[in-house]
Design a protein around this ligand. Structure first.
Ligand code: GLN
Length: 454
């Protein structure tokens, strides 16, 4: 813990930790020492971790990287961070992210950009988003693991951009209680770590049934670590032809083919599969996610949490809402709230929101079909490119930024588990990741398969 705290102070330029909690960390580390000495050490005893700013942490600033939550200190702890704490993990502080987890580059944060510890010459690169601070902190060895959340790729894309491992569990595996909601039918928490083994250990501590979240699954939690090392002999791995996008860089194609070869060499059967509705995934996601966000973010009204705008003489409650929300939300969040409100409005509900829900079902059925055909896992690239430069994408057309999520959003729409695992470097020497998508609840199988690739 002391070594990590020192490393964090020396790495301020990465802007990964946005609230540091050194006293609390040292106190918890001492408690962990005592538990270790007593011989009753839980799985994460004394392991220093970072917590994404989206998780409510008792008495510690939790702002979802938004100005509108300025000064918000929750009186409660999210279930996932409480489980980590109870498993002995030592929280070092809160990690940077995109505002309300909306973004793919960590550039929408009220705290400013998080920076990727990998670089090419002097170019400052994004660590990805929205869990950019988590990815940067793990990649720079500021902590041994970090929590992330993934609504459309926010664990897997930053993991791929920083050469780390990130797993989004099956929807319902981890409790969403106490995590600031973005799109409730898509959001899942998961670990970001250096190795697949660490991901297995940390995931086990994070998941489990929680009566406080009505969508939390009442299923036993497997011993993911003990299940490791089983390999992929006899497992059937699908390569979906629709993910071979036009204009895909040859390096990504090669990475993908090499990954398939590695799995084949390890005894897996590689099969060509089809997921025909893949091309509708991005537009479907960018209707459903903003729709749910516009509803979830209605609670930030200047009354209950954080920031409230200064009002002028004669202003009423409507002016307070308007001014507070105009000042408190950044441009990307405002864009999502407007899109979401539009697609949910009486005149457009059927044309957009209802239609997107139907297409979502078709996307899920594509996966059901290939799994019913005996496919155990699906191999795809994690991202269409390596990390891009900070400032290069954010001012362009927002749709360009959304295209980053092309390989990841299907997994959230279908509620499936997905893992990103570092698989190689591009010609500039930047990390590239592969993604494995699994059957519902088969995180153990995914971790095992990922281990063959790492
Ligand atoms: N980049 C996607 C978005 O902006 C995904 C974000 C996420 O998974 N939280 O919505």
């Amino acid at each position: 813990t002391e070594a990590c705290l020192k490393a964090i102070d020396a790495a301020d330029a990465l802007n990964a930790f946005v609230h540091k909690t050194p006293e609390l960390a040292l106190e918890r580390a001492r408690a962990a020492d005592a538990r270790l000495a007593a011989g009753a050490a839980p799985s994460m005893c004394g392991i220093p971790v970072g917590i994404k700013d989206l998780f409510c942490t008792e008495g510690v600033a939790s702002q979802a990287a938004s100005h509108i939550l300025n000064g918000f200190r929750p009186e409660y702890e999210s279930t996932v961070s409480a489980q980590l704490r109870d498993a002995g993990a030592v929280m070092l502080g809160k990690l940077n992210m995109d505002e309300f987890a909306m973004g793919s580059s960590n550039e929408t944060s009220t705290y400013g950009d998080a920076v990727n510890p990998w670089k090419v010459d002097d170019r400052r690169l994004t660590p990805g988003g929205s869990s950019g601070g988590s990815a940067a902190a793990v990649a720079a060895d500021l902590c041994l693991g970090a929590t992330g959340t993934d609504t459309g790729g926010s664990i897997r894309q930053p993991a791929a951009f920083t050469g780390t491992v990130g797993i989004k569990p099956t929807y319902g595996r981890c409790s969403r209680w106490g995590i600031v909601a973005f799109a409730s039918s898509l959001d899942q928490a998961g670990p970001m770590t250096r190795t697949v083994r660490d991901a297995a250990i940390m995931l086990e501590a994070m998941c489990g049934h929680d009566p406080m979240d009505s969508t939390s699954a009442d299923l036993p939690v497997p011993d993911f670590e003990a299940a490791l090392g089983a390999g992929v002999k006899g497992r059937k791995i699908g390569i979906p032809r629709e993910y071979r996008m036009e204009g895909m860089p040859s390096e990504i194609e090669k990475l993908w083919a090499d990954g398939a070869d590695m799995l084949r060499d390890a005894g897996a059967e590689i099969v060509d599969i089809s997921l025909p509705h893949t091309k509708y995934a991005l537009p479907t996601y960018y209707v459903i996610a903003p729709a749910e966000a516009s509803s979830n973010l209605a609670r930030y009204d200047g009354v209950r949490y954080g920031h409230r705008a200064k009002l002028a003489q004669g202003d009423g409650i409507t002016e307070m809402y308007e001014k507070t929300r105009a000042e408190g939300f950044g441009p990307e969040v405002q864009r999502r709230v407007m899109i979401g409100t539009y697609v949910l409005s009486a005149g457009f509900y059927d044309a957009y929101y209802n239609r997107a829900r139907k297409v979502r079902t078709l996307i899920k059925r594509d996966f059901d079909t290939v799994f019913a055909d005996g496919v155990d896992a699906i191999l795809t690239p994690a991202t269409p490119s390596a990390a891009f430069g900070l400032g290069e994408m954010v001012d362009a057309d927002p749709v360009q930024m959304y295209l980053n999520d092309v390989f990841t959003v299907t997994v959230n729409l279908a509620g499936l588990p997905g893992i990103a695992v570092p698989a190689g470097l591009d010609r500039q020497g930047l990390p590239l990741g592969l993604q494995l998508i699994g059957r519902p609840w088969d995180e153990a199988g995914l971790l095992n398969t990922a281990q063959v690739l790492e």
